[in-house]
Design a protein around this ligand. Structure first.
Ligand code: KIV
Ligand code: NA
Length: 266
């Protein structure tokens, strides 16, 4: 069976059908989500903090994104794979963005790219779309701007900020984006943007009114160490499960109860 396409997502919007997106950073995990029927997988630059051990997404490089994205593509058959353009890989010029988006498509085989910014990125989105590259936009809280924001504050609070978000959503739609992520915005505003949007909105911390929902897989699976944001629902407790397994394995080895005869060759 073929992969999900941006046309399928446009049709879902017309039919009022909601869908789920998860991040993935490797073939193994991506394969699990693909088999579970998650229609869109995002190789997020959240790989920086969720997979590679950095504090933020800022240090993530193109070479890293190409390697992780190629693994996710290899591990999947059905999902539409979207890869993030990391910080510094598209802001210099639309030409730089085109060069790096093409790398993700040619070297990793992804079917779409994502970049941050509304009005400020509209010209770049337009050039990529003109070149035949499906682009997912990302507005509201854009984590690559963490040092400009001074953290990860909720966006779109107050009339002026709300109007800016509506303008950003309109700008990326007009530039030809096939979908737009709304991160950390009040639920009422995200619903309002969705109502005015001809392309699917994908919420993360945007309440129940968006067309789609995305979660970072390590958050949704309970793999993340420490606190997770308010908008995360943990559907599993993988960190505790794996830690328990590792603890038991170490104890079995210390006590000589593993391997048993059933795990040994005679
Ligand atoms: O990198 C990422 O995981 C993202 C999602 C949170 C949308 O951009
Ligand atoms: Na991202």
């Amino acid at each position: 069976s073929r992969r999900v396409t941006v046309r399928d997502l446009a049709k879902a919007k017309r039919n009022g059908e909601r869908w789920a997106m998860l991040t993935a950073y490797d073939a193994l995990t991506a394969g699990v989500f693909d088999e579970a029927g998650i229609p869109v997988l995002l190789v997020g630059d959240s790989a920086g903090n969720c997979h590679l051990g950095y504090e933020t997404t800022v240090p993530v490089t193109m070479d890293q994104m190409v390697m992780l994205s190629a693994a996710v593509v290899r591990g999947t058959k059905r999902a539409l794979v979207v890869a993030d353009l990391p910080f510094g890989s598209y802001q210099e010029s639309p030409a730089q963005a085109l060069h790096n988006a093409a790398r993700l498509m040619k070297e990793a085989g992804v079917q779409a790219v994502k970049l941050e910014g509304g009005e400020r990125s509209a010209r770049t989105i337009e050039l990529l779309v003109d070149a035949g590259i499906p682009v997912m936009a990302h507005i509201g809280l854009t984590p690559q701007s963490v040092h400009a924001f001074g953290g990860y504050p909720v966006q779109g609070r107050g009339d002026e900020a709300a109007h800016r978000l509506l303008r950003d959503a309109k700008a990326v739609q007009q530039a030809g984006a096939f979908a737009v992520v709304l991160e950390a915005v009040p639920a009422e505003l995200a619903a309002q943007v969705t109502e005015h949007s001809a392309i699917p909105t994908v919420g993360i911390g945007g309440g129940p009114g968006t067309d789609a929902q995305v979660l970072v897989w390590t958050d949704f699976a309970g793999m993340t160490a420490g606190r997770v944001p308010k908008f995360v629902k943990q559907y599993a407790n993988l960190r505790a499960t794996l830690a328990q397994a590792a603890t038991e394995f170490a104890a079995d080895v210390r006590e000589g109860t593993f391997p048993g005869p059933e795990h040994s060759f005679s």
